[in-house]
Design a protein around this ligand. Structure first.
Ligand code: SAM
Length: 635
């Protein structure tokens, strides 16, 4: 079905229906939308007289219902859902708006006013996209309405009262339900049947398509579309409070045709404006240049994420540095005041940091307090088996500093370790001014955590069971060696790395039976003779090296390999989108830090072949790493 992909856009979002109506629930779930139901507490008491048309009243009520739920959910657990759907159905006849009857007399009054006449059923719908920014709720609101004309037969008193006594009219706008007994009262309808039931599914899907697949500017035909009149007054202004969001005052005079109208996506759409929100400025600009909804530029969500991304990284670094996740491991939820006391920080600011961590899914917050998510327990606790804590701290203490010099690296065309760290590029690994033990260990723990993430997949990318000896050149803590030993019980693995690394390698030695298969050797793969092995491994080594050094190293490995021996090479490559993203990010790293560069799969394959490794096979590991296996041909 053509509409399925549109509804599919909601599948990975947390969607909430702000309505208790079982009919709306059924229509949406039948369409494949997955959602929670949180009935709105918004009282349907807007001043009808202040709306220039009945549908505007329905749209505004739908919007206020959705905003009420978004704001309550955000206040409750500081995490608004992604999308809240509000809807309000009204019946109008002779300029009067009929909602739900309050009692049987009211139902009688309504139904007799419809008898033998045509009336309109309007459903206003608001689709509210929610965002949490700095603990505040921010929303984008799209709204629309649908009208269906319904003609009732002449209803006898007897029929009327029989219907009223059935109880069906009481919770329905206009006092009837077209999908049940009330269907017998209807002579004909013009328009969407489901709109009369309570939810205009067809228009809803079209609106989603408009939002999620905005037309390309060149495809846009300028068409006159429905608009919603200006609404300035609310009967109860406090109803719109909450979560820092207020509905925008609509821009008069921007529209086509009718002389007024909203300047926002879709018919009757509007954007909530928040002070300082770039989207708000975008909306004003659009109004200025008289843009229609269809010609508004796409909202640059990815770009904004890119612009602001460093703030999120720094917040994570800070929470790690304060050891928040260590504190919350294996304990009952903690209140912000206790966490702040424990990490010796300001309560108010700590709470902001904790709320951010909650918003990005690394902490959970309940009434009892904050606790670690599973992700935090796995990776953010400093001494967990798979901890990335040191990798995060390395980024905070070392890489961050280097990246502040990216501009110089680009302008001057050189790496910046001197400016950033006071040392030369060639000293990065082999330091003539030894780093402190803590810095060295931080680097090694960082590599350990990173390598462990993919070690099993690298070790099993190819069947290596016929090798009896392997040497992992620049193998650091032995994280990959350990996995190889576990996978291949007949394999002896030598880990070769520089003396300053080997000095601390004992901290990482495995304790299981595989320990007997692994030996650590101190050495420089550019200067010292390489330990003898059937299989050499270069994992994440070559991208840090300039071309001449790559050739140098490969020719040494080749020279040490026996015919039939192999080289296993592990690198992120430039070829496909996902790997290239990681690879290019590393290339910025090498730009500021080393003299290396990223290479494509083809380049690595050719490099292996040039150095005598033939039958090169390649396997993808995870989303981003390529593992190459080449066999040394006879010279
Ligand atoms: C980026 S890390 C890669 C570690 C590991 N192979 C992996 O896949 O995670 C580079 C490693 O190469 C080591 N290294 C750099 N230059 C070296 C050299 N000339 N001789 C031996 N090891 C070296 C570093 O000490 C470091 O442990």
């Amino acid at each position: 079905m053509a509409l399925c992909p549109v509804v599919g856009k909601l599948l990975h979002k947390r969607v909430v229906l702000a309505s208790a109506s079982p009919r709306r629930r059924e229509i949406l779930s039948n369409a494949g939308v997955r959602f929670e139901v949180v009935p709105s507490r918004f009282k349907e008491k807007l001043n009808k007289a202040s709306f220039s048309a009945p549908y505007a009243y329905a749209v505004e009520t739908a919007k206020q219902k959705a905003l009420d739920v978004a704001s309550r959910m955000h206040q409750k657990d500081l995490r608004a859902p992604d999308v809240v759907i509000g809807a309000d159905t009204i019946v109008t006849v002779g300029g009067l708006i009929l909602e739900k009857p309050v009692d049987k007399q009211d139902a009688y009054r309504m139904l007799s006013s419809l008898s033998g006449k045509e009336h309109s059923v309007f459903t206003g719908v608001a689709i509210v996209h929610c965002y949490s920014r700095d603990g505040q709720l921010d929303t984008d609101i799209s709204e629309f309405y649908e009208e269906t004309k319904v003609k009732f037969s002449e209803l006898s008193e007897e029929l009327l009262w029989e219907y009223i006594h059935s109880g069906e009219p009481m919770d329905k706008a206009g006092g009837y339900g077209i999908q049940a007994l009330g269907g017998m009262l209807v002579e004909y309808i013009h328009g969407d049947f489901l709109n009369v039931v309570g939810f205009p599914l067809n228009h809803f899907c079209k609106k989603l398509a408009e939002l999620y697949y905005p037309p390309k500017p060149e495809d846009v035909q300028r068409v006159k579309h429905d608009s919603i009149p200006t609404v300035d007054t609310f009967e109860n202004p406090s109803d719109v409070e909450g979560g820092g969001s207020e509905p925008a005052q609509r821009n008069p005079g921007s529209g086509e045709g009718e002389g007024w109208g909203p300047c926002a996506p879709g018919a009757g759409g509007s954007l909530v404006e928040a002070e300082g929100d770039p989207r708000a400025r975008g909306t004003k600009e659009a109004a200025k240049c008289n843009r229609t909804a269809e010609t508004l530029p796409p909202f640059p969500a990815d770009l904004l994420e890119l612009i602001e991304g460093f703030k999120a990284s720094k917040a994570l670094f800070t929470a790690c540095k304060l050891k928040v996740f260590d504190l919350l491991r294996d304990v009952a939820p903690q209140k912000a005041v206790d966490i702040a006391g424990n990490v010796d920080a300001s309560l108010y600011k700590t709470e902001r940091l904790l709320d951010f961590c909650t918003a990005v899914g690394i902490l959970e917050k309940t009434e009892q307090g904050y606790s670690n998510t599973e992700l935090a327990n796995l990776y953010l606790v400093s001494d967990s088996e798979d901890s990335l804590h040191s990798f995060i701290m390395r980024n905070n203490d070392h890489t961050w500093n280097l990246f502040t010099h990216l501009e110089f690296a680009i302008q001057e065309g050189t790496s910046q370790p001197r400016r950033a760290l006071g040392k030369e590029a060639e000293d990065l690994f082999q330091d003539s001014h030894p780093q402190s033990k803590e810095t060295q260990l931080q680097f090694m723990r960082a590599m350990h955590g990173l390598t462990r993430l993919t070690a099993h997949q690298v070790a099993t990318a190819f069947n290596l069971s016929w090798f009896t000896s392997a040497c992992d050149l620049g193998g650091c803590t032995g994280a990959l060696a350990c996995k190889l030993a576990q996978e291949y019980p007949h394999l002896q693995v030598t880990v070769l790395d520089l003396p300053n690394v080997m000095e601390h390698a004992s901290c990482f030695q495995p304790h299981g039976p595989e320990a007997a298969q692994i030996s650590f050797v101190s050495g420089d793969f550019f200067r010292d003779s390489l330990p003898r092995a059937d299989l050499y491994i270069l994992s994440r080594i070559l991208h840090d090296l300039p071309d001449d050094r790559v050739h140098d190293l490969l020719s040494r490995v080749s020279g040490s390999s026996k015919p039939g021996g192999s080289l296993l090479l592990v690198e992120a490559v430039l070829d496909d989108e996902q790997a290239a993203r990681v690879s290019l990010m590393q290339s910025l790293n090498t730009l500021v830090q080393t003299q290396g560069r990223q290479r494509s799969r083809g380049e690595y394959r050719r490099l292996l072949q040039q150095h005598g490794f033939c039958d090169v096979q390649v396997a993808r590991v995870g989303d981003t790493l390529d593992v190459f296996l080449g066999t040394r041909a006879a010279p």
